[in-house]
Design a protein around this ligand. Structure first.
Ligand SMILES: Cc1cc2nc3c(=O)[nH]c(=O)nc-3n(C[C@H](O)[C@H](O)[C@H](O)COP(=O)(O)OP(=O)(O)OC[C@H]3O[C@@H](n4cnc5c(N)ncnc54)[C@H](O)[C@@H]3O)c2cc1C
Length: 311
């Protein structure tokens, strides 16, 4: 595309700007976007889309992309959970109503699982700088919310990587509304530097005795915590030890977000009609064997295990 065509496409297709950007390292970012339109009403845990034109440059070192000439002028969009930094600079819970942006927590995907489909959006998002323009969806949606949680319930947030994003917003909501039950978040990443909100969680634990944060790293043991996956945490009983109570489905809600392998959504066998759990063992199988019931969107049934798969 010619420079004037690009300028015109940006003008027509972009409806928001980067208000803030922090990169804990080159492949992880916290991004705040201010839309040209008033921020839509939404609930903690929901998501919207972000988009950039295929004409935008890609981050160096990412899988090569060979675009068809007809695709060059298209905008590529992906879903992103809305995140929350929880505490402001003074250490108080953020006054979300007084802000006008949406926060996102995004990881760079350098290569697609399918070699014929190079990642389209994140290599472009990671070229953004403060003030740059982009496309933001006008609709915020999703059922991954605190809707069915009661004030005294134990709430567990188990995530991988940037799957922490919607959990942080929901934790903000619980703390802001004076939730009295225990709240525990565990996040599994490769190394500690992949935990952009680590310091915030340390401060939160000091301020809120009912809040606990467990950092799980799979490529290093020290200094964060233990080299365990979320599944191990439950199966070994460590989660209950940290919680100080047995997992009780009658008063516990579990939120799962991120890597589909960690979540392990069962499927229905087409011939027998039976529910089949995937391999490797996922958290849903572990929890259902302990009496938990997973949300069933098709049957419009709400359980006490809620999940959001990122791919
Ligand atoms: C409801 C929803 C909410 C989402 N929220 C977030 C979010 O808050 N933060 C975020 O980083 N991503 C989030 N995602 C994933 C996001 O939509 C994109 O798929 C991702 O950013 C990659 O986009 P891409 O175009 O670069 O690569 P794509 O072409 O979309 O590549 C897809 C491949 O990248 C891998 N992948 C996708 N997402 C991730 C990830 N987060 N971590 C590691 N590998 C991944 C998978 O192997 C997947 O097959 C969400 C997805 C959904 C469905």
């Amino acid at each position: 595309m010619l420079p004037e065509e690009i300028a015109d496409a940006r003008q027509r297709r972009y409806n928001g700007a980067v208000a803030y950007l922090r990169k804990p390292h080159s492949e992880l970012m916290i991004l705040r976007v201010k839309s040209d339109f008033p921020r839509p009403a939404h609930r903690a845990g929901q998501y919207c889309s972000l988009g950039l034109g295929n004409w935008e440059p890609r981050f160096p070192g990412c899988q090569q992309e060979d675009l068809k000439p007809t695709d060059e002028s298209k905008v590529v969009r992906r879903a992103y959970s809305i995140s929350n930094s929880i505490l402001d600079e003074s250490g108080n819970l953020i006054d979300v109503a007084a802000t006008d942006h949406l926060e996102f927590y995004i990881t760079l995907v350098k290569e697609g699982l399918d070699p014929t489909k190079p990642p389209a959006l994140t290599p472009r998002l990671f070229m953004l700088r403060q003030g740059d323009r982009l496309n933001i969806g006008e609709k915020i949606t999703g059922h991954f919310t605190l809707e069915t949680v009661n004030p005294g319930d134990t709430v567990l947030f188990l995530g991988t990587g940037t799957g922490e994003a919607p959990h942080n917003y929901m934790i903000w909501e619980l703390l802001k509304t004076g939730h009295t039950g225990r709240i525990l978040q565990a996040c599994c990443v490769r190394t500690k530097r992949d935990l952009a909100y680590y310091e915030t969680h340390q401060r939160l634990m000091k301020q809120f005795p009912n809040y606990q944060y467990l950092a799980l790293t799979t490529r290093e043991v020290e200094p964060v915590g233990q080299k365990v996956y979320i599944q191990d945490l439950i199966a070994s009983g460590q989660l209950e030890d940290r919680l100080g109570e047995k997992l009780n489905p009658a008063k516990t809600h579990v939120f799962l977000c991120g890597n589909p392998k960690m979540i392990g959504v069962p499927t229905k066998n087409k011939e027998t009609g039976e529910r089949e759990y995937p391999q490797p063992l996922g958290v849903i199988e572990l929890l259902e064997k302990r009496g938990f019931q997973t949300d069933n969107a098709t049957a419009k049934q709400k359980g006490n295990v809620h999940f959001e798969e990122y791919w």
